[in-house]
Ligand binder design. Structure first.
Ligand code: HEC
Length: 229
């Protein structure tokens, strides 16, 4: 049981490559965030943003730091599990395991940390990881920055429900290519076959090292906001 939990968590964490980009990560300035919010959020707020006091730089950093710890935990669990799975079994079996446990891992992590954790992308493998409109907008901002050779960065704001919400970029590394790279070149046949079986509508291939793969989307409870004051 414990093994299963760990394994599932690992899958999740894979996504957390973010952590390894830590050195590159920089918070957006408040001005940039305001500008992006104005450009991208058009009147779909459930909460009147004017009644939420702006997040201080210190609060922003606290949320980003916590989100990074959570993503790193997930990533470490995932990496440990994958390594074991690859040394002991056929790699394709690791896929089956991930498919069966990814959601459970997220749920468990969310409970442990008291936050809502999601991993999503603009090119999905598992349709259940579908992004919200807001997450789509954030990924677009990240993509534009990467396109302009600007460093990747975490993004934090109060979401439409007034919850502090952190988004961390997930970048493609060499080690991701065997499952997310070019099926003709990077992905071994047994994995290609298993992917076709498990994810017939898979769009998460043809990624290259340094591409944006997706984001961690981590929503904190409102009370944390008050605690931080
Ligand atoms: C052993 C194969 C394997 C490797 C290696 C791998 N992934 Fe994945 N990845 C998967 C599978 C399988 C899923 C779908 C999990 C599910 O069903 O939720 C997935 C899903 C994802 C998702 C969630 C969005 C989606 O498309 O459903 C992200 C983000 C992601 N992977 C990023 C990465 C990154 C970044 C790396 C490298 C650090 C990586 N993966 C390495 C197999 C792999």
């Amino acid at each position: 049981m414990k093994k299963i939990l760990i394994a599932s968590l690992s899958l999740f964490l894979l996504l957390a490559c973010t952590q390894e980009d830590k050195k590159e990560s920089q918070g957006l300035t408040q001005e940039e965030i305001n500008k992006e919010n104005a450009a991208h959020e058009q009147g779909d707020h459930v909460v009147d943003a004017s009644i939420i006091p702006p997040m201080t730089e210190q609060e922003k950093q606290q949320y980003i730091d916590s989100a990074k710890v959570i993503a790193k935990t997930a990533f470490d669990i995932f990496s440990a599990h994958l390594k074991k799975s690859f040394s002991e079994n056929h790699p394709a079996e690791a896929l089956q395991y991930c498919k069966d446990n990814a959601m459970r891992i997220t749920d468990s992590l969310s409970k442990v940390y008291g936050v809502e954790i999601k991993r999503t992308s603009f090119r999905l493998r598992n349709p259940e990881n579908k992004p919200t409109d807001q997450e789509d907008k954030i990924m677009e901002i990240f993509k534009q920055r990467i396109h302009k050779n600007l460093k990747s960065m975490p993004y934090v704001h109060y979401d439409n429900y007034g919850n502090p919400h952190v988004y961390l970029p997930i970048m493609v590394q060499d080690k991701c290519l065997m499952c997310h790279g070019d099926p003709n070149k990077d992905i071994p046949d047994d994995i290609n076959n298993k992917l076709a079986e498990l994810y017939p509508a898979d769009k998460a291939i043809f990624f290259k090292k340094g591409d944006l793969r997706g984001i961690w989307s981590i929503k904190f409870p409102k009370k944390k906001q008050a605690e931080n004051k």
